[in-house]
Design a protein. Structure first.
Length: 202
């Protein structure tokens, strides 16, 4: 298979999900890939829910631009969860599976808002406006904040923003900006991940 991008292993490690040539696939370890979208839309960036029962992905099916969709693996049913004028991408599930963080492209490529949506209600909340987003978000293990790399004011910075009113913190060029220095010095970052115990950022 050609054009495979963004492979993700399921939480149980038994199957993988990936995008290829505008479709999303699931493949058991050692097995053959199965096209789970099978449509004329652009389907991309699959992301497993913490329990492995669902996949979130971005698709322009039935829309002029990308929206977030969720597919139930067992039933094979997909549902659209956003109806935005921007383009939600880079979906990342919260540790408890109740919310999805994503960057929301508005206009120029990756000039975006960092947002979070409540999966049950479909209510989306903007956490960070107008940043040049470099990476998709990663959740802190407690589910209270997301981490990502951005260029909010011309220099790469590591950003941590709370999802329940916790203030935004940016670290750039050896200093933290915000009321609580939650991460160490950072320069030239192009990926951002949180360690499983939440004590380190890479």
């Amino acid at each position: 298979m050609v054009g495979v991008v963004l492979p993700k292993l399921s939480p149980a490690g038994r199957q993988g999900a990936f995008a290829a040539v505008g479709e999303c696939y699931v493949m058991p370890v050692g097995g053959k890939p199965v096209n789970i979208t099978k449509d004329a839309a652009l389907d991309t960036e699959p992301a497993w829910s913490p329990d492995g029962s669902q996949l979130a992905y971005s698709s322009d099916k039935d829309s002029d631009h990308l929206q977030l969709w969720i597919r139930d693996i067992k039933s094979g049913q997909s549902r659209r969860v956003t109806d935005l004028t921007t383009q939600p991408q880079g979906a990342a599930w919260s540790p408890d599976g109740s919310r999805i963080a994503f960057f929301n492209v508005d206009g120029m490529w990756r000039v975006a808002q960092m947002s979070v949506i409540d999966v049950a209600s479909g209510v989306a909340t903007v956490l960070d406006r107008g940043a040049f987003i470099i990476t998709a978000p990663s959740w802190l293990p407690d589910g209270k904040a997301v981490l990502y790399s951005s260029e909010a004011s011309g220099a790469p910075s590591l950003s941590i923003v709370g999802v329940d009113g916790r203030p935004l913190v940016r670290c750039r060029r050896g200093r933290s900006e915000g009321p609580a220095p939650e991460a160490g010095p950072a320069t030239g970052m192009y990926t951002a991940e949180v360690s499983p115990r939440g004590r380190r950022r890479a």
